[in-house]
Ligand binder design. Structure first.
Ligand SMILES: NC(=O)c1ccc[n+]([C@@H]2O[C@H](COP(=O)([O-])OP(=O)(O)OC[C@H]3O[C@@H](n4cnc5c(N)ncnc54)[C@H](O)[C@@H]3O)[C@@H](O)[C@H]2O)c1
Length: 336
């Protein structure tokens, strides 16, 4: 199959692209290598993908509609869209980058899919869209219309833009809501790397909301497995045989579009994550307890009934194993 992966030099795009290449697919990777975090890490991920003969990587910004169109060419069998301005806190510092990458960038891609629809497009969204929703665990059919940050607002907008294109032009689209992903090749702006760096440097770890936070930490290997399995489950047209799963399905009543949570379904206290990291590194953390950060939520917790009904799969990697894999990679990559 011919597959387009946007954000292929990013944390999640890299893992998914590698898995698709291992399955023998032809993968075109696109990434703008934005300066949000260490470009060297993105370049290294791309170098690893380039070792596969089925891979062609391109340095392209989603906002550059003309170059994007020439890369899209005659279209793809499947499109995986991970490129985005990610990060909750940075959306308070540089809001415009979220509008450019997430809104304009996703719109440019949708326009290309309108002309030449793939068999299935899978677009990354986030648990942040649940925003002020206090009902846990989060289900795809719960309301998610009170975003707490511009990051969440732009990601929710991409879900809605995708729904409109799916409806108007018949593009089968699955929106993927990820929950705090961790593992080898992680993003340096996220807690696991920030915690590990502080531990190895002997610096205190900043713990927000005095540690009273729970995150549904999801191991990246489980996430990639779930995404690849979901690729084979393009949402049916409404009314088609077998469409819709009673009670839990987010399938649109009018379009081949649905949203699926991918999380561990096991929220972990921040201090449990720190203790697991301590056990894996053999270091003892000094903690700097801080207030809740603007836009943060106290808990994320995925209900993954829909994922398992569609694919028969649930993330199962125990936290200790996932953290050990992360620490092994961190030691090797950062030579500590
Ligand atoms: N990592 C998580 O825990 C998490 C959680 C929820 C949602 N997500 C979503 O998953 C997706 C992937 O996240 P990630 O953690 O791999 O982030 P990442 O920042 O590592 O990857 C995103 C990639 O997109 C590229 N990019 C950014 N803006 C671009 C643009 N305008 N044009 C072209 N390329 C651009 C970046 O260079 C980067 O390599 C994102 O859509 C993010 O919002 C991630």
């Amino acid at each position: 199959m011919r597959i387009l992966v946007t954000g292929s030099a990013g944390f999640i795009g890299f893992h998914v692209a590698r898995r698709l290449l291992e399955q023998g697919h032809e993968v075109t990777g696109l990434d703008g290598f934005t300066p949000y975090y260490d470009r060297a890490l993105k370049l290294r991920r791309h170098e690893i993908l380039a070792e596969y003969s089925g891979y062609a990587g391109h340095d392209v910004l989603l906002e550059d509609a003309e170059t994007l169109a020439s890369l899209y060419g005659k279209g793809f069998d499947e499109v995986f869209h991970f490129a985005a301005q990610a990060g909750v806190r940075y959306s308070l510092e540089n809001p415009k980058s979220y509008i450019d990458a997430n809104i304009t960038g996703t719109y440019n891609l949708l326009e290309l899919m309108r002309a030449l629809p793939p068999r299935h497009a899978l677009l990354a969204s986030t648990s942040s869209v649940y925003g002020a929703n206090a009902k846990i665990p989060f289900r795809e059919i719960d309301r998610a219309d009170h975003p707490l940050t511009l990051y969440a607002a732009t990601k929710k907008s991409t879900e809605e833009m995708a729904h409109a294109y799916s409806h108007l032009f018949g593009i089968p689209i699955t929106m993927l809501r990820f929950f705090t992903v961790y593992g080898p090749w992680s993003r340096p702006d996220m807690a696991p790397i920030k915690f590990a760096a502080a531990l190895f440097d002997g610096r205190p770890i900043d713990i927000y909301n005095y540690g009273k936070m729970r995150r549904d930490f999801t191991f990246v290997g489980d996430l990639a497995e779930a995404i690849v399995l979901l690729a084979g489950k393009a949402p049916p047209r409404p009314g088609a045989d077998g469409s819709g799963l009673p009670d839990i399905d987010s399938l649109s009543p009018v379009a081949p579009w649905r949203v699926v949570n991918i999380g561990a379904e096991r929220p972990v206290e921040l201090m449990e994550f720190v203790k697991t990291l301590e056990a894996s590194t053999g270091r003892v953390a000094k903690c700097n307890f801080m207030e809740m950060q603007p836009g943060d939520v106290p808990v994320t917790y995925a209900d993954t009934s829909l994922l398992s009904a569609l694919t028969g799969f649930k993330p199962t990697t125990p936290l200790a194993d996932g953290v050990a894999a992360f620490v092994a990679w961190y030691r090797e990559y950062y030579r500590v």
